[in-house]
Design a protein around this ligand. Sequence first.
Ligand SMILES: Cc1ncc(COP(=O)(O)O)c(C=O)c1O
Length: 447
Amino acid sequence: MTTQPYTCAQHTSVRQRTVPVNVDYERFFSKSAARRCPAALRQTAVYMHKDGYIKMGGGFPNPLTFPVVGAEFKLRDGSVVRMDETQMMTYQQYAMSEGYPDLRHWLIDFQNRVHTPPTFDPKHPGQFDLIITNGANEGINLALEMLVEEGDWALCEEATYSSALSMLTPHAARFHGITADEGGMVTEDLVRVLASWSDLHPGSKKPKVLYAVTSGGNPTGVTWSLERRREVYDVARSHDLIILEDDAYYFLQFSRPLMPSLLSIDVDGRVLRFDTFTKLVAPGLRVAMVSGPAPLLCKMRLQKDVGSLTASGLSQGMLVQLLRHWGHDGFLRHVDGVMEFYRQRAQSATRCAERHLAGLAEWTAPSGGMFLWLRVLGVKDTEVIVHKALQRHVIFVAGTHFTPANQKSACIRISFGTTSEEDCEKGLSVLADVIREEVSHQQQHTV
Ligand SMILES: Cc1ncc(COP(=O)(O)O)c(C=O)c1O
């Protein structure tokens, strides 16, 4: 398959131009988020970044003491991106928590081109904003901290990103998993769960938050269909949910045109979207962004003001130089190339699974991302299988770690991103052996 040229035009036609409902954002804040107020020093810091002031307010170090005064980054294609002394001084200095203005402006422009968020309209009550975070994980964690408190439940797919599940544990809050299939979250189950909430979880408050990995899902490799996206968004509207759209693999969908994001479909300003450069440029940068309605992002920024402050200045500086060097179109060409790389890896991992695991497991070929999600036949729990494979020096992750309550799972996540074809052959051959051993062991013990 050759990749069709990327086009953003599809996004603008997707949103049903319905009248927005006013979202009462305050209703969603946890008690700790509601108590959060601006940190005094960060208020002063706003002026420290403006011209025309004598700056005796902040604890800024003097840039004349910074030993590094320039940098060059050599790209794979041989071109060089440079940072001169003025830029180096800027990116090594403290910045506002939301990120460096030049990178933010580039990204805001880009998000508007790709997703056309409704809140971009100056008359929209939600008002679009964007903050830069230390990876998507920081953003998701900040959002959950803002929206969820002790005793709360949030909704997610029945198998979802394991780290997001772990983020709720310290808040004594839990996720309820909604059935999902190869089209994404199953709307009927979402409706059923919300309608029968008081029977399912007597005495607990109805969820206000739905977390979803909508493209090339981790761990499932599933990309939600457009129909499901629209349906789930409609349910979120009728039950007044905030959607946390974690779209780490958005550009790694294996076909074009890209499925429109939930942010594209949003009407009310109830989608908080998480994008990351981890899979598109490099995870060591720790640069990601949260886009959505300003009232939510404003609270998250207050948390950041007293936490990590900003994502690394040098990473942001390097990234903005790189993005300017590419421009929007160059960046889109770059991500198409990255997608093609993983698409070929996915195909090769799927062929390898067919050779070794046919009859032992079933799976749907991934439609994006970096994972092949297997359902092992004849077992209820894959923990022992994964453990035995580890003893033979092959690493997989057992399905249980992706379920909201660590339920037993017959699934295994195979990550094919960094594995060579030869290692994939060896790894899946070991997996086939341990599955056979385990199935025969279980059969002997049930006779
Ligand atoms: C679905 C999903 N969300 C978020 C992340 C975290 O990304 P980051 O490295 O930007 O924190 C990952 C990383 O694997 C992921 O798979």
